[in-house]
Design a protein around this ligand. Sequence first.
Ligand code: SF4
Length: 451
Amino acid sequence: MGSQSFRSDQQAEELLRNACTLADCANPVPQPVVSRTYDKSITRRGVVWLGQTCNLRCQFCYFIDRVGNANHPEHPFMSLEKAKKICLTLVEQYGNTAVDLQGGEPTLFPSIFELIDYCNRIGLAPTLITNALLLDNSDICLRYRDAGVRDYLISVQGLGDVHDGLVGCPGAHRRQMTAIGNLRRVGSPFRFNVVMSKPAVPQLPDIARLAISTGALVVNFITFNPFADQSGAGHRCSDNVPRYSEVRPFLTEAIDLLEEAGIETNVRYFPFCMVEERHRKNIYNFQQLSYDPHEWDFASWGWTGLEPQRRKEGFLSPPLPLVVNRLAVRNKGRLKQVAESIPLIKPVLYRGHQLLSSLVSLFPTDRDRLYREVARVHAQLHCGYRYGEHCRACHIRLICDGFHGDYATLFGTGEAKPVLNEEKPQSPLHYIIGSQSSLVSSQPADNRLSF
Ligand code: SF4
């Protein structure tokens, strides 16, 4: 199985060769200092959305409506001061040690170098989640490196005109490959994020080959999700969402290629039974997410995901411990709204997060259990994940989220293949622990500062 279904093998090879030429793959480059860990403690990575301003229009963008609407409150970038306050809260209130800086497109944020520098000074290793368009300038790449960017998570949505079509910008692929060449030359580490949209699926093995040739440290394959704006009408349909079973052969080939080359490979939001048994360890669904150091901490994510932390105007909302967030998400935000609407409580919450956390800690909670409960709430309440008829017999149902509700509405759950002859695992890490390693930076003392 290869890329033959969208063009001839010869054309696919030429496309990959051109990409590798642009990314300067023939030249040896400095290697980042990394090591592998099998430690699976809960992630300490946070996320900041600086504003939904972007130079592309990706079809599957979670914020496609906000990016396209300059009047949306989340569209313009926030001030540097506000972004700094959010980052400081991640460190002081949530104990985060790494952060994903997102826009929209964070390289358009006017004060991005200052923010990167600030993150480093307060102990947050900054990653840029980027389309890399503006990194086609090698001087800019040097500036980022010198400002202290930890690494880049580059959105590789396809190769050639497939990428250009999906992101709505002719020439985007060419610029992205030039950018990767620049990053290689200046010695900045990078990982790939790949959304498995229908047009990109046949290219997954070639994207894997590109990752190997360029020296990407990690590749994340992400299911085309109906999160945020994508849940609105008119975005997702059977023309752009592939069936799990369509993805499977291409994903299998891609994972095998990457693993043979020693590249960490993660697959997000994909049912276990839809991959080969040997690849179940690569699956990170809601229950597994918290154990991927490249993913976001539910506690701080629950706070930065709230509107006040995502828009330019207005103050930050009070940070809350996960146990309160958990209650709030269970009640679809009502608890938090009530708390914030009471004038006397609000200032206490603003200043009293640590006090609140200490109070909460008086009542012993199993942290892993709490994170797992939040995962379940996200999957079942927010995303409407469903178990199909076949799931009833499945021995790993407890650790699987099932099929996304929106996917099940589009295609049903008939593809599910119950996993039998298992010991009915209880731990969400059943397939991962001891089998799936993560790359972490060897530079800082704290090895949770992962790539
Ligand atoms: S629970 Fe359902 S979706 Fe999950 S692995 Fe089992 S059969 Fe597949």
